[in-house]
Design a protein around this ligand. Structure first.
Ligand code: PXG
Ligand code: PLP
Length: 442
């Protein structure tokens, strides 16, 4: 390990940390200085089992040689190429490789640098698509309560997490929201896909009746809502959304920033549920989280609708300085090679039953009010401490880290999403770690 800075600087005040309790962190910093495969190493030399694949992104595990080598080689050969009006071979190769593994018909890719950028890109593609076809009255975007679509203005507008929305003014106008699909009264402790709630998709018909289909451009949902605490779509729900969108000429966008690249045991959630949307947003797992990158997959008809007008003119006025950055592209190719060699995009299918049994063995532990699982994702929902929401789960997070486990919490929900290379013994270790924590936290 060659960390030049593997001790904490004396002053932590300059860095305003994202989505972090800054004051709490800086009093008792949790610093990571190294990582390999399933583990992090902390500044004080402890090994920590990664139960969350970083932030749901390190699907192939940490510091994988193919990815490291690809980055090193690319950095020495071509560091940067202008993203606009210029090209480089690596990004074209990457687009071809991505289209090969994407659901059928999703055969064009637009590159971004994050999930938030992928979401805003997808929303803009949807709006512009209708307009280039002469259907510009379709300006409304429909999201869902409890949805997370990143932190840029488009994504926050269609998102449904109140803390991420309430500080930021009027957001985008012309947005409406479907209800979320969490019905613990009927579905608590379901193993896998819950039985009840497909009819919640019919709320889209109500929204269509309110606004008229001719004003609606697109519906965006996470196939499995991740960030809000792992909400799994009821049986038949996504099919029904697809049917209603088709009936009314509305584009369906799946935000697969978390579910993409093997998280559910299939390459994409669209494969898992057998529902193909019109646009898929991805990031995270596309480059194993190693270098920022996002990719938006688009159906041929949508892409082709833009390819009109004089050929010397730009067809879509959108893009980022770092869209398809050479080093990020090389990292993504190294990632796809690793996924392929190790069968990681489908490994979750083999492990899911074991994962499910392990997680559900936590039923009956103190304060556990629900357990949810799908693929290699799991959630353990805790009863909040009265008057102190999120406190119990945050204490569990701190205690788990002290015991050598990285878990993720949102509100009073513990979310687990380990790298897809996890072994059965490590699943046991992780779940037993959570069990021990639950028995200790207040
Ligand atoms: N869409 C979805 C569905 C996501 O889960 C984003 C967009 C935004 O991606 P970026 O790369 O801009 O962060 C996400 C990201 C968590 C957690 O543990 C979830 C995300 C990010 C960080 C933490 O809840 N999701
Ligand atoms: N702000 C300014 C002043 C810029 O010049 C640019 C890009 O040229 C941006 C923002 C957007 O940056 P990016 O393309 O990295 O998203």
């Amino acid at each position: 390990m060659s960390n030049r800075l593997n001790v904490a600087p004396n002053d932590l005040s300059a860095f305003w940390m994202p989505f972090t309790a800054n004051r709490q962190f800086k009093q008792a910093p949790r610093m990571l200085v190294g990582a390999r495969d399933m583990h992090y190493t902390t500044a004080d030399g402890r090994k920590v089992l990664d139960g969350t694949a970083g932030l749901w992104c390190v699907n192939a595990g940490h510091c994988r040689p193919k990815i490291t080598e690809a980055i090193q080689r690319q950095a020495a050969d071509l560091d940067y190429a202008p993203a606009f009006q210029m090209g480089h071979p690596v990004v074209f190769e990457l687009a071809n490789r991505l289209v090969d593994i994407a659901p059928q018909g999703m055969d064009h890719v637009f590159f971004t640098n994050s999930g938030s950028e992928s979401v805003d890109t997808a929303l803009k593609i949807a709006l512009a698509y209708h307009r280039v076809r002469g259907d510009g009255s379709r300006f409304r975007l429909i999201g869902r309560e409890r949805g997370y679509h990143g932190v840029n203005f488009g994504g926050v507008s269609v998102g449904g997490i109140v803390a991420n929305r309430k500080m930021f003014g009027t957001l985008l106008t012309g947005v409406d929201h479907l209800p979320h699909t969490h019905i613990p009264g009927k579905n608590a402790f379901t193993r896998g896909v819950p039985e009840h709630g497909a009819e919640l998709a019919d709320e889209l018909e109500r929204i269509v009746a309110l606004h008229d289909a001719s004003t609606i451009a697109a519906v965006i949902v996470e196939p499995v809502a991740g960030s809000t605490g792992v909400l799994i779509p009821p049986k038949g729900y996504l099919q029904r959304l697809r049917e209603i969108c088709d009936r009314h000429g509305i584009l369906l966008i799946f935000d697969e920033v978390i579910t993409g690249f093997g998280r559910l045991g299939t390459p994409f959630a669209a494969d898992y549920f057998g529902v193909v949307p019109d646009i898929i947003t991805t990031a995270k797992g596309v480059s194993n989280g190693v270098i920022p990158m996002g990719a938006v997959f688009v159906r041929k008809e949508i892409h082709d609708a833009f390819m009109t007008g004089p050929e010397h003119l730009i067809e879509f006025f959108h893009g980022y300085t770092y869209s398809g950055n050479p080093i990020a592209s090389a990292a993504a190719l190294g990632t796809l090679d690793t996924y392929k060699e190790e069968g990681l995009l489908t490994r979750g299918t083999e492990l899911a039953p074991y994962w499910e049994d392990a997680l559900h063995s936590l039923k009956g532990e103190p304060n556990v009010i629900d357990i949810r699982n799908i693929g290699l994702v799991g959630a353990v929902e805790l009863q909040p401490i009265a008057g102190q929401p999120a406190k119990r789960a945050f204490s569990a997070f701190i205690k788990a880290f002290e015991k050598g486990f990285l878990i993720r919490t949102t509100g009073d929900i513990i979310a687990l999403s380990p790298p897809l290379i996890i072994e059965k013994g490590q699943i046991d270790e992780l779940v037993d770690g959570v069990r021990a924590v639950l028995r200790e936290v207040e």
